[in-house]
Design a protein around this ligand. Structure first.
Ligand SMILES: NC(=O)NCCC[C@H](N)C(=O)O
Length: 258
């Protein structure tokens, strides 16, 4: 059934200790991050999304990046096993929330690892980035979980960025949008639009032609507006210092059964 709920998770007071892999560490202003997070949640709400807060995980610095802990396909919530050990404790609270919302719950098991940031759904095609956080067993387990439900899983090598969706997302019409310098194999995607900024490749589909985007990608916003899309811009600069994107701060649940 169509639903418009989105999971979010309030930043931990330890946010500044979050992991960095492909960028140099910069000082994070936690108070400003909380303000930016509130504005992000406000933008989701303003566009008709009911936001559901997962109980905060104050001891987990990266817990605000809730997308990495669960992948939704239809009514199934696949609880991940994050590639970074320090993030594994984040999944318990998420599991509780999705179960309460009536999802059918499944899990990635050892030796599999998967971060939700590596999973891009375009219709029934599920691209899974195989990189620093998601291993081959994780990809196989995504296949086993979702192909019987009608999905086709396509594995994509990722070596230049943290996650697949750090470089690639998609427009509402299914066109894949990506920043080529950060992609291993742009040719794996069918209909493809290159964008000039890395963070321009991070799109959250809000509904209709509205696209939630980061303020750090003004040239891409202009490009997309010129193609008839409607960018909704938020500043998430403090999260970008930790390799976070607009995509990773929420999990949209569009096909809840209940
Ligand atoms: N899906 C995402 O883009 N997640 C960002 C996670 C950033 C966090 N600092 C991490 O390294 O896990």
């Amino acid at each position: 059934m169509p639903s418009k709920k989105a999971l979010v998770r309030r930043p931990s007071p330890r946010l500044a200790e979050g992991l960095v892999t492909h960028v140099a560490r910069e000082k994070v202003d936690v108070d400003l991050a909380v303000e930016q997070w509130e504005a992000y949640v406000g933008a989701l709400r303003a566009h008709g999304w009911e936001t559901i807060e997962v109980e905060p995980a104050d001891d987990c610095p990266d817990s605000v990046f809730v997308e990495d802990t669960v992948v939704m396909y239809k009514n199934v919530a696949l609880i991940t096993r994050p590639g970074a050990e320090s993030r594994r404790a984040e999944t318990a609270g998420v599991e509780e929330t999705v179960a309460r919302l009536g999802c059918s719950v499944n899990w990635i098991w050892e030796p599999g690892t998967l971060d939700g940031g590596d999973v891009l759904k375009v219709g029934d095609t599920i691209y899974v980035g195989r990189g620093g956080r998601t291993n081959a067993a994780g990809v196989q387990q995504v296949r086993a979980a979702f192909e019987p439900l009608g999905a086709r899983v396509v594995a994509v090598p990722v070596s230049k960025v943290l996650h697949l969706k750090s470089a690639v997302t998609a427009l509402p019409d299914g066109t894949v949008v990506g920043h080529i310098p950060k992609m291993d194999m742009p040719s794996l995607f069918g209909r493809f639009l290159p964008v000039p900024e890395e963070s321009g490749a991070h799109l959250v589909l809000l509904g209709g032609s509205k696209l939630l985007m980061a303020a750090s990608a003004p040239r891409t916003a202009e490009l997309l507006a010129g193609l008839g899309h409607e960018p909704v811009v938020v500043d998430i600069g403090e999260f970008e210092k930790l390799e976070g994107c607009v995509t990773c701060l929420s999990v949209r649940m569009r096909e809840l059964y209940s």
